[in-house]
Design a protein around this ligand. Structure first.
Ligand code: ADP
Ligand code: MG
Length: 699
């Protein structure tokens, strides 16, 4: 009988991954256990082992159809990079063998000097190295063996997003283990952060996409009048999937499963054409690699379906933007989630201390969290439609807030804020409510047993927000562990620590509506950090307290921070410059000629009407309006051109970035406003680019 459902996740899950089972099967037992030991205890790798692993990896990869290998890394561009070498090695007489050595597995040399280095790598010493990250499994894709690697300079400075992440994972492990031991935990031997990123995206029709230079060059629409319908009917969120979207999602799931990415949930999001995919959470490093892969595969599968996947944070004005909710927790190697409040959080000192560490960390370093998610594209999303404002606060929910207040004041609340859920239907089960409700407006919400950081943008790598999170929490745990180490009466000191942290840092807790105007005012009163633009917050990277923090935990040196800062600010300027140029191009080459053509048609009609003795002057009026529009648009384009030119030579990068924000962005808004108004009056067949309605409602 024919098998009607040939592929199930069980058949394909991880088939293209050189995973633990594969290593166990293919490596001699002592080599396998030594490698495992290296991975779980962050030891340095024995070159002998690398040789054996390389051989096994190559054999496996060749069986999977690979002919090449590539060191896969995550430079500061935010996307991944790869350079492929074949396994082929000539042995004379026109023959070749397939070779791959331990040395090739361990280290690669990247001669490309054109990755952003923020001055860390001058072109005369352009050598960069990639080094195998054995904590993330290798995989086969498109005929190549992909080896996850870090990327650093000749002198060992980090040139990528993964290195500080790995360093932060180690720092967190060290401090969390110290605290656990002080609390009497004898079973855990390591602690690691776990991350589950929920990825939002838009799908648009490929043919329509190709007609929009703005989508092609900038990932977002620079023009476009609002369609008659947006998301106000709230009929897209969780709605039934259209056949084309459903078939896309099915293929996407399968491709991800093959690569060992545990795609779990999928649904329509709030805006038309917007969707979401969430994997099952994994350790922070693997989750980061997998999220990069997810974004790539989302795009490649879309292409096969004649779709384009937009990952930009705000592709369309007037509807929701896309984010990436970064769910974060920490757990021990024996499976305990340290963010789990348990049955009785009030007496769960271990949980309360780790929770307090997060409070302290976030309050002291909210500037770092903010800058870790700030990009020109995310600036457009934050504070807009259903996105948190750029003010960091924590939602803890009623129960946990009450418990912490009790530690602060010593006063017991009448009744703690949790209970059983009553649906009012007797046949339905009652169930215990989560200790926290879901406050959808909070930028950083405690959700049952993890923190959900909702400010992260959809197109960014999650490496940066996660290394920031790991580092700042490690630092706060260090403070707690230091105090406990000194204390003679540990129980009393635990209570004192909780009290001190709550008293000092409770201002960061906010359980109300983060979208409200009142919160902005209140946050200002509380002295919380907020930022309206990437360039307002970026200089904080270089604050002494932050430089010291990174130094203390070996995350980044002063030079590495400076370099990163420079790269981010350069990026800001480049993004807006490309947007401005694209806008000028579209306005001059496409929109203006279209309106002029429409005007010609109107003018000819006016003449014909006059000849025919028509008395009304509606056409004439319309012509006057669109002609004024042409004037205004020409004027606005000239102003934008002038602003862009002036900003481009404004001085060093920070000054330049300031000029782009202050002069170029408003000039762009002005061009858009005039063009969008024209779109609503110019005849459909004259308008040269697809409309919002076509982009948002076609798929
Ligand atoms: P939501 O209802 O918030 O949209 P989703 O199911 O879409 O929830 O996504 C929740 C994400 O949080 C998933 O990626 C899930 O694996 C992840 N997650 C669950 N528990 C943890 C945890 N302890 N640590 C980190 N991430 C977690
Ligand atoms: Mg979700």
């Amino acid at each position: 009988m024919e098998n009607i459902n040939p592929t199930t996740p069980l058949d394909i899950y991880g088939i293209n991954v050189f995973n633990d089972a594969e290593m166990k099967k293919r490596l001699p037992a002592p080599i396998y256990s030594s490698l495992k030991n290296t991975i779980s205890n962050s030891l340095s790798l024995d070159p002998m082992i690398a040789e054996a692993v390389a051989g096994a990896m190559k054999d496996w990869a060749i069986e999977k159809g690979a002919t090449h290998f590539t060191h896969w890394f995550q430079p500061m561009t935010g996307v991944t990079a790869e350079k492929h070498d074949s396994f082929v090695s000539p042995v004379g007489e026109g023959k070749v063998i397939m070779e791959f050595s331990g040395k090739e597995l361990l280290k690669g040399e990247s001669d490309a000097s054109s990755f952003p280095s923020g001055g860390l790598r001058a072109t005369f010493e352009a050598r960069g190295y990639t080094a195998w990250d054995c904590t993330s499994p290798a995989f086969v894709k498109d005929g190549s063996l992909y080896i996850p690697t870090v990327f650093c300079s000749y002198t060992g400075e980090a040139l990528d997003k993964k290195t500080p992440l790995l360093r932060s994972i180690e720092a967190l492990n060290i401090q969390a283990m110290r605290l656990l031991k002080l609390l009497g935990n004898t079973t855990a031997t390591s602690v690691k952060p776990n991350v589950g990123p929920e990825q939002e995206y838009f799908l648009v029709d490929k043919e329509i996409y190709k007609k929009r230079k703005d989508l092609i060059f900038t990932g977002r629409t620079l023009f476009g009048a609002k369609p008659p319908k947006g998301q106000e009917m709230e009929d897209h969120y969780y709605a039934k999937l259209h056949a084309s979207v459903s078939s896309y999602m099915k293929d996407l799931d399968e491709e991800l499963w093959k690569l060992g990415v545990s795609a779990k949930t999928k649904h329509n999001e709030a805006a038309p054409a917007q969707h979401e995919l969430a994997p099952v959470y994994d350790s922070a490093n693997i989750a980061t690699d997998h999220n990069q892969l997810t974004m790539e595969i989302m795009q490649s599968v879309a292409a096969k379906h004649n779709l384009v996947c937009l990952l930009h944070e705000k592709p369309f004005d007037g509807v929701n933007g896309s984010g990436k909710h970064n769910n974060w927790s920490i757990s021990t190697d024996d499976g305990e989630n340290l963010m789990n409040p348990g049955k009785n959080p009030r007496e769960n000192y271990q949980f309360l201390l780790f929770l307090c560490a997060v409070l302290k960390a976030v309050d002291e370093y909210s500037d770092l969290l903010l800058l870790s998610i700030s990009t020109p594209s995310n600036d457009r999303r934050l504070g807009g439609h259903e996105a948190p404002p750029a003010i960091v606060s924590i939602y803890l929910g009623e129960l946990l807030t009450e418990i912490l207040e009790e530690y602060e004041t010593g006063v017991k609340p009448g009744e703690y804020g949790t209970g059983r859920m009553q649906t009012g239907v007797s046949t339905l089960p009652t169930f215990k409510k989560d200790t926290t409700d879901r406050n959808r407006t909070s930028p950083l919400a405690f959700t049952a047993n993890k923190f959900e950081f909702r400010m992260v943008g959809s197109s960014s790598s999650i490496a940066c927000p996660n290394y920031m999170f790991n580092t700042i929490v490690a630092d706060a745990i260090m403070y707690i562990a230091d105090r406990l180490e000194e204390a003679t009466d540990k129980d009393a000191e635990i209570k004192n620590i909780i009290k001190d942290i709550v008293t000092k840092h409770k201002r960061i807790i906010f359980n109300g509506n983060n979208y409200s105007k009142e919160w902005e005012e209140e946050a200002k009163k509380r002295g919380l950090v907020s930022s309206k633009s990437t360039i307002d917050i970026l200089p904080a990277f270089l604050d002494d307290k932050n430089i010291q923090l990174f130094k203390r935990h070996n995350i980044l040196s002063h030079g590495e921070v400076e370099a990163r800062c420079e790269i981010l600010i350069e990026n800001y300027v480049k993004v807006i410059n490309i947007e401005a140029l694209t806008m000028i191009d579209m306005a001059k080459q496409e929109i203006l000629p279209a309106v002029i053509k429409f005007n010609k048609f109107l003018a000819e009609t006016v003449v014909a009407e006059k000849r025919a003795g028509v008395k009304t002057n509606a056409t004439k009026k319309l012509l006057a309006k669109t002609s004024e529009g042409v004037d205004a648009l020409c004027d606005a384009i000239e102003k934008l051109e002038a602003a862009r030119e002036k900003a481009s030579v404004a001085g060093e990068y920070f000054v330049k970035a300031g000029a782009f924000k202050e002069y170029v962005l408003p000039a762009m808004e002005n061009v858009r406003k005039i063009a969008d108004e024209l779109e609503t009056v110019v005849g459909k067949k004259y308008w040269p680019i697809p409309t919002y309605a076509e982009m948002l409602f076609k798929v």
